[in-house]
Design a protein around this ligand. Sequence first.
Ligand code: ADP
Ligand code: ZN
Length: 208
Amino acid sequence: MNIVLLGGPGAGKGTQAAMLVEEFKTPHISTGDMLRAAVAAGTDLGKKAKSFMDAGELVPDDVIIGLVIDRLQEPDTDAGFILDGFPRTSAQAVALDAELGKLERPLDAALLIDVDPEVIVKRLCSRRMCRDCGFIGNESDAACPKCGGEMYQRDDDNEATVRNRLEVYEKSTSPLIDYYRGSELLVAIDGDRDPKVVYADVKEALSL
Ligand code: ADP
Ligand code: ZN
């Protein structure tokens, strides 16, 4: 399966991707995770990206497109991939189509996880992540329920930044819904339900 996950910040893309990875072992390519790893490692990319991320703005297209294209050359993606957080702009979507055309590995679906913005603000302000395994939980998790690791709050999960991320999503990313509808790849799912219920729908929508 070659899929892209669409949906606002906090829609549950990472959670659904983690469930797909666990069941199908498909590589998960999350540009947000890649950028956070670069920031933590203090690389040039991380230094370039950090101020954009902290403000809830998009990292420039040229930076992010190169990163994803490089990742798609790695052999583990031959059997499929789940792109999460990319594409986020029309330029990124066009660049992705061009690269997948070149690789002769077209997309099978663009899966939209749809959630109301006010639900998102609440979710993201209470979201906590595991430092060790990346598990996505919330403020009621004192330690990681999966590995016992320390839970932390992402720098950009505060209300002001979340509202900006939602605006950026509406303006730059939501037009991609029509883009993928136009190429008949779009499948939409109501993401405002228990993650396991959403997952059942995800599998049905992808005929898995
Ligand atoms: P979320 O979906 O919860 O907003 P992500 O973890 O996907 O968060 O991304 C966090 C931040 O990383 C974004 O706000 C943005 O600054 C940057 N980023 C991630 N993916 C992209 C992308 N495809 N294009 C530009 N910036 C990106
Ligand atoms: Zn953990």
